[in-house]
Design a protein around this ligand. Structure first.
Ligand code: HEM
Length: 114
C-alpha cells in the first residue's frame, strides 16, 4: 500500500510561501487551485473523495448561510485558539466553543412559517 503524506506536502516551504501561516487569500490566485497544484484536501487517485464536487458547491453556500443568518461569538477572550491537536483528522487542541444566535430577520422568517 502507498500512502501519500498530504500533511507534509501541504507544509513544504519549497511548494508554499509561509506554509505554516493561515492565509486563505493565497487561493484567490486561481493558479493555486489547478489540478497540478500541490493541494490534496480530497485525496488523490482512484480512492479520491467522490463527494468533492458536492462539497465544493455546498461549502460556500453553507458558510454564507451560517454567517448571514446568525451572530457568532467565541469565549470571553474573543479569539480562537488554533493550536493543533493530535489525530488523523487534525483536531483542535482545545475544542471550539462557539455561541450562535439567530439574527432578527431569521426569527421573523421562522415564526412566520409556523
Ligand atoms: C470538505 C469536504 C470533504 C473533504 C475535505 C473530503 C475529503 C476526503 C478525503 C481526503 C478522502 C480520502 C481520499 C483518499 O483516500 O485519497 C475522502 C474519501 C471519501 N469521501 Fe470525502 N471529503 C469531503 C466531503 C465528502 C462528501 C460531501 C461526501 C459524500 C457526499 C464524501 C464522500 C467520501 C467517500 C465515500 C470517500 C471514500 C472513497 C473511497 O475510499 O473510495 N466526502 N474524502
Amino acid at each position: 500500500m502507498i500512502l501519500v503524506n498530504a500533511w507534509v506536502i501541504h507544509r513544504d516551504p519549497k511548494l508554499w510561501e509561509a506554509p505554516e501561516e493561515f492565509r486563505p487569500e493565497r487561493f484567490l490566485d486561481t493558479a493555486m487551485v489547478t489540478v497540478t497544484a500541490p493541494l490534496l484536501p480530497f485525496g488523490l487517485g482512484r480512492r479520491r473523495c467522490p463527494g468533492e464536487g458536492m462539497a465544493i458547491r455546498l461549502m460556500g453556500l453553507t458558510l454564507a448561510a451560517l454567517l448571514q443568518c446568525f451572530d457568532w461569538d467565541v469565549d470571553q477572550c474573543g479569539a480562537v485558539d488554533m493550536t493543533e491537536g493530535v489525530g488523523l483528522s487534525m483536531p483542535m487542541a482545545k475544542p471550539l466553543a462557539a455561541i450562535c444566535r439567530p439574527r432578527e430577520f431569521v426569527k421573523s422568517v421562522l415564526s412566520a412559517s409556523t
